[in-house]
Design a protein around this ligand. Structure first.
Ligand code: ATP
Ligand code: ZN
Length: 226
């Protein structure tokens, strides 16, 4: 659907937790960019590989629409949006090509510190706040729990204190944010790290060769790191 391109386009987070490690990893693959003033589009200098700097949430859609060929995004975002697409009757449009070994976190269920936690069935009839409705709904279905999913785009941890929800489902790395809000993690729904995402379909010839070369270099760079 996008106009034919002979350059490869990679979407990464403009700013945030994945922004610097994504740039560093791509630089270690031999890529370099001329920075434009607004920094949303960076023209590749050493190779015909350009960068698009965006919000992480936009990356799966950009790949699905063919605007970008590859993206560096959390597996949590990719899987959540895939679940939302399926729920809307849309086909899977992107897939994980490589796990990148940074941005580790988990999607956890957390309840008020005072609760005595026994099993997920305790959540029956409760309200759970999250920004990950598809992943949470899938877990609730797997556990046979019937709870109300309260969709919040941010500040999920404060929802119980505000009376918007009884429990939450949110990303956790150290757990410090949960503790600061008198919550404790009781179950892990999903383990995440940053991944390189690409389309489910194969690339056309010119971009296919570029993508293969980039993946070979990436595999080399990832081997050195681990
Ligand atoms: P954007 O403005 O791009 O939408 P954001 O606020 O959604 O930014 P960040 O907080 O930078 O995004 O998180 C980006 C990704 O980093 C997450 O989707 C997740 O994969 C990963 N991550 C690692 N640790 C954490 C954590 N403790 N909390 C949130 N995300 C984390
Ligand atoms: Zn985001």
């Amino acid at each position: 659907n996008a106009t034919p391109r002979d350059r490869l386009r990679i979407a990464i987070q403009k700013s945030g937790r994945l922004a610097d490690p994504a740039r560093a990893l791509l630089a270690s693959c031999g890529l370099s960019w001329r920075e434009s003033r607004d920094r949303l589009f960076c023209y590749g200098e050493t190779l015909p590989v350009d960068l698009l700097l965006v919000r992480d949430d936009d990356i799966p859609g950009l790949i699905a629409d063919g605007v970008c060929d590859l993206g560096v995004v959390g597996r949590n975002v990719m899987t959540e949006q895939d679940g939302e697409r399926r729920a809307a009757g849309k086909p899977t449009a992107y897939r994980e090509l490589r796990a990148l070994g940074f941005g580790d976190c988990r999607l956890a269920l957390a309840v008020p510190e005072g609760w005595e936690w026994k099993s997920p069935r305790q959540l029956d009839g409760m309200r759970i706040a999250t920004s990950y409705p598809a992943l949470l709904s899938q877990w609730l279905a797997d556990e046979g729990v019937s709870a109300e999913v309260v969709l919040l785009s941010g500040s999920v941890e404060i929802a119980p204190r505000l009376g918007q929800a009884d429990a939450i489902c949110d990303l956790v790395s150290s757990g410090a944010t949960l503790a600061a809000n008198q919550l404790k993690p009781v179950a892990t729904l999903f383990e995440s790290e940053a991944v390189l995402a690409g389309p489910v379909h194969e690339f056309d010839a010119a971009r296919g060769e570029l993508a293969s070369m980039l993946l070979r270099r990436l595999d080399g760079a990832l081997r050195i790191r681990h």
